[in-house]
Design a protein around this ligand. Structure first.
Ligand SMILES: *[C@@H]1O[C@H](CO)[C@@H](O)[C@H](O)[C@H]1NC(C)=O
Ligand SMILES: *[C@@H]1O[C@H](CO)[C@@H](O)[C@H](O)[C@H]1NC(C)=O
Ligand SMILES: *[C@@H]1O[C@H](CO)[C@@H](O)[C@H](O)[C@H]1NC(C)=O
Ligand SMILES: *[C@@H]1O[C@H](CO)[C@@H](O)[C@H](O)[C@H]1NC(C)=O
Ligand SMILES: *[C@@H]1O[C@H](CO)[C@@H](O)[C@H](O)[C@H]1NC(C)=O
Ligand SMILES: *[C@@H]1O[C@H](CO)[C@@H](O)[C@H](O)[C@H]1NC(C)=O
Length: 221
């Protein structure tokens, strides 16, 4: 039974591929075409950055256009203009993200294009030690700005060397979100857990880390 299913599944995927390579002539003509400026990498220099989108072909009447960052409309960018510009005067890591220029037409689906603005992670907040006793649970977190969203890692100093904390080592649980990481330590052990902890955020542009410590507070002071 399963042997006879395989050839038809292959045939279907081949059809889909050739279909997307050869779009119907009518569909291509009506597609709005948007030309964008290049992706941007924000480094240490605070030189202004300008993002551009030009609507170069559309058979539909434009209603309005605006910019979004991470899906949220940027205030005061809404206009009726096919050439769009967005200027970031002093670009910082917190300005990084996925920008879209969005075009709304009078009687046609909206269209958009993406410009990625990348930056190395910057850790903008973290929770330090808590005053906890043996047997209680402790939680530390770090949050970041920067794009693409980072890979997170927690390390603990053991005999002078930072060792990666594994999520399935029993008492340690790590929760990672796009720009947030949380280390939970269950059932604190006075003899093992006090010490120096590091959270490390790494993306394709760079990395950042901060050092922190869990309770019980008077054990490491
Ligand atoms: C968009 O159009 C303006 C005005 O014609 C031009 O100066 C600019 O280079 C264009 N931008 C892109 C990304 O093509
Ligand atoms: C936007 O501008 C175009 C071109 O000038 C015009 O045809 C259209 O009516 C305008 N749309 C609105 C909603 O004002
Ligand atoms: C851009 O277009 C894609 C595909 O139509 C859509 O899924 C997405 O929500 C749009 N994004 C914005 C910001 O309008
Ligand atoms: C973190 O990511 C969420 C979801 O992508 C977003 O809503 C939030 O603004 C981000 N926070 C920061 C500090 O970038
Ligand atoms: C760690 O393990 C917990 C429980 O199994 C799971 O919910 C969580 O997603 C894991 N975290 C990571 C970063 O893999
Ligand atoms: C974060 O960890 C990565 C991978 O181990 C390392 O290359 C990088 O130097 C670390 N970043 C910092 C700021 O320590």
């Amino acid at each position: 039974m399963s042997g006879s299913l395989l050839p038809s599944a292959l045939a279907l995927s081949l059809l889909l591929v050739s279909g997307s390579l050869l779009p119907g002539p009518g569909a291509a003509q009506n597609e709005p075409r948007i030309v964008t400026s290049e992706e941007v990498i924000i480094r240490d220099s605070l030189l202004p950055v300008t993002l551009q989108c030009n609507l170069t072909s559309s058979s539909h009447t434009l209603m309005h256009s605006y910019w979004t960052r991470n899906g949220v409309e940027l205030t005061a960018t809404r206009k009726n203009a096919s050439n769009m510009e967005y200027r970031i005067n002093k670009p910082r890591a917190e300005d990084s993200g996925e920008y879209h220029c969005v075009y709304h037409f009078v009687s046609a689906p909206k269209a958009n294009a993406t410009i990625e603005v990348k930056a190395a992670p910057d850790i903008t907040g973290h929770k330090r030690s808590e005053n906890k006793n043996e047997g209680q649970d402790a939680m530390m977190y770090c949050k970041s700005v920067g794009y693409p969203h980072p890979e997170w890692m927690w390390r603990k100093k053991e005999n002078g060397v930072f060792q990666e904390i594994s999520n399935n080592s029993g008492r340690f649980f790590i929760i990672n979100k796009e720009n947030y990481t949380e280390l939970n330590i269950m059932n604190l052990q006075i003899t093992e857990d006090p010490g120096e902890y590091e959270c490390n955020a790494t993306n394709s542009i760079g990395s950042a880390s901060v050092f922190t410590a869990p309770g019980p507070q008077n054990q490491f002071n």
